[in-house]
Design a protein around this ligand. Sequence first.
Ligand code: HAM
Length: 420
Amino acid sequence: MLIQAPRGTKDILGDDIQRLNDVENCIRNLCNDFGVSEIRTPVFEHTELFQRGVGETTDVVQKEMYTFVDKGERSLTLKPEGTAGVARAFIEHKLYAGVQPCKLFYITPAFRYERPQSGRYRQFHQFGVEVFGSASASCEVEVISLVYELFRRLNLKNIELHINSLGGNECRKKYNEILKNYIGDNLASLCPTCQERYEKNPLRVLDCKVNTCKEIIRNAPSTIESLDVECREHFEMLKTSLHNLGIPFVVDDKIVRGLDYYTRTVFEFISNDIGALGTICGGGRYDNLIEQYGGPKTPAVGFAIGIERLLLAMESQKVANIAKKNTQVFAGFVGEGGFLKSQSLVFELRKQGISAETDILSRSVKSQLKYADKMEAKFSFIIGDDDLEKGFVSVKNMETGEQSQVEIAALVNFFIQKEN
Ligand code: HAM
């Protein structure tokens, strides 16, 4: 009998491998433009890593992991996702002691024992980014704008960004009680897994795929209503910044995500062109995970794109893609006006394929310039309210030390010309 590829896996060859390589090249150039470096972690990890990080009550851990005992009697698991391994590596290599924020990307196979269908496989591939060290909503904007820009470079259309906030630890506690009250008398009608989740982690009930459970939680209260002042402000800042960059989104309080580590922001990019499993990208903030794994308290934000789903969307839209090279600009700021301007300028530059960065750690001007130095930016400028009023900013050539006054409205062109 002929041996075939295992159920839920597939070979990639011919035109598909060409398209995959083009996409991977585009991803690598994009990550370069956004100042994100690559990391590769092992395909298998200690099972405990996923149990503790992804969460004991998630479908992924309860039903979908490829777990085996090796010849040394260790329980190991093929990675069902990329975040846990990168978080482990961040601690193991003490990356928290290096330049912050620490921005890492990966392209990796991942494994989940799920029922295969179009867009859902048992071995699939994820492109993910994890940014460690920033508690600011600018960090969400950093990763969301990267995804948005990837879709633009790939010429992909009709992909909607959905955002929600689950709140921090206290908001979550409050929400869990509200949700338990809401489920109330319907507890006995939940599936056995959700009856257990009701006690241990009620939020997980919202993510259940069983029809009776879906029906019960259909009109469940929104997590947004349980947000405290700080979480609410964080969410508002995110919305303001997305507007500032011209990235459209919808607030969707049905998004809770299938993994336990999220705090505050969660988001998904959803396509209507690839059938029922339309979520191409999922991500969010996870401020507790590093500490939970025994590292120092470190805020973090990340996402993962399912590469097969991305390719399906490209195929259905019949799009081609292009890759680009870069140079480096650091756009610092003082004050609120300067912040918004530098954020939008950086996004404009990146759209033009010019590698550009701003500060997302609320640093002083001095530290911003130190950071520009460390990242070896070719040009830097600090934009403030005075400059905005005058319409000019002083741009420094970091290699020669030369300063020139450039009209703010002409900045993007100025750097385009420097590139050519
Ligand atoms: P996730 O939502 O579980 O998040 O997966 C991210 C993406 O991987 C999904 O949106 C989908 O495109 C793809 N994907 C998931 N399962 C399958 C499958 N069985 N077959 C094909 N594609 C699939 C995570 O994995 C998180 N680690 C994302 C993250 C990173 N959050 C913070 N940082």
